[in-house]
Design a binder for this molecule. Sequence first.
Ligand code: HEC
Length: 172
Amino acid sequence: MNRATFWTRANLVAALTTLGILMGSATTRAADASDIAEGRSLFMEKGNCQGCHGWAGDGRKTDNQMPDGANLRESALDREIVIMTIKCGRPGRSMPAYDRFAYSGDGRCYGMKEGDLKNNPLPDPPATLQLREIERIADFLFARVIKQRAMTRAKCVEFWGSEVAACGEFSK
Ligand code: HEC
């Protein structure tokens, strides 16, 4: 077989598709234990997501001064939308935007700019987060919170890595 017949159009398309799949899987690699642990700590501390969403993400906020957050355990959102929600918040709905440049003018968040927030205010985020930090929070959420159903004692121990006091409230 000479080169010209080997590289038919169909072959080329197949090769490019395979390359695309390989590159795609490299960017969406599976989260490992340290990614999940880092995401949990960003959720609890730097991002203080737990202040509104609760440490288990179930909407039982840990800070009475904070607005009520959604129950993330029941969220049906996919990873891409979760990341966008963390970056851009939900204007007018008490979910802060964690991307420092969310509304700085390039329209990256829903095509809106600072001025568009007058009628749809956003609370200030406890801190801004970099994209890689938001990715780690998503790793944590998809491993331990989103679509994980209600918290149980066993899940609580797995969540914290040991039998901490917070798990005492779950009988089973
Ligand atoms: C000041 C309170 C507050 C903080 C802090 C906060 N959230 Fe939220 N979040 C909300 C509220 C309120 C909603 C529901 C918004 C709505 O009604 O659309 C929400 C919605 C969401 C949603 C969409 C859920 C769904 O299914 O529609 C995600 C995901 C989310 N928050 C993740 C986070 C993460 C991750 C953090 C930390 C980096 C965080 N939130 C910090 C208040 C907060």
